[in-house]
Write a protein that binds this ligand. Structure first.
Ligand SMILES: [Zn+2]
Length: 139
């Protein structure tokens, strides 16, 4: 059976051509390996990957997408860190505001206490005055 493919006398010659073509070819299918032909007993080139090469390429592809995912995750983690810092500073702000309100509240309570005391004093003064008035009118 006559082979139409380029025939190489040895695997090395075939592989040299794989490298030569692969380095400068812009074809969509480029030869990736050499195989010994059963028909002509010469070596030919093929663009078909063998199973191991295919597996390696798939693993490299997977590794690449994992790298990209890793970059994305790092970015997410960074923005998570930034968010945490934002939240921490907001919590600090709110705690400070709360402290101020607590102090104001304490002062208002104390003022309120003073006013209640003053109110009691005034009531008792009014009672005294009205008792005096009653006593005066009873006289
Ligand atoms: Zn052949």
């Amino acid at each position: 059976m006559e082979c139409k493919k380029t025939q190489y006398a040895s695997e090395q010659l075939a592989l040299d051509d794989v490298k030569r073509i692969g380095d400068k070819s812009s074809r969509s299918t480029i030869p990736v390996r050499a195989y010994k032909c059963n028909h002509c007993d010469f070596w030919h080139l093929t663009s078909k990957e063998n199973r191991v090469e295919k597996y390696i390429r798939e693993l490299l592809c997977e590794l690449d997408s994992l790298k990209k995912e890793n970059v994305t995750l790092r970015k997410t983690s960074d923005s998570g860190e930034k968010l945490k810092i934002k939240i921490d500073s907001r919590v600090a702000e709110l705690m400070k505001a709360n402290e101020t309100l607590y102090k104001e509240n304490k002062k208002l309570r104390s003022d309120n206490g003073d006013l209640i005391c003053r109110n009691i004093q005034l009531k008792s003064q009014i009672e005294k005055m009205s008792t005096n008035q009653q006593n005066q009118s009873n006289d």
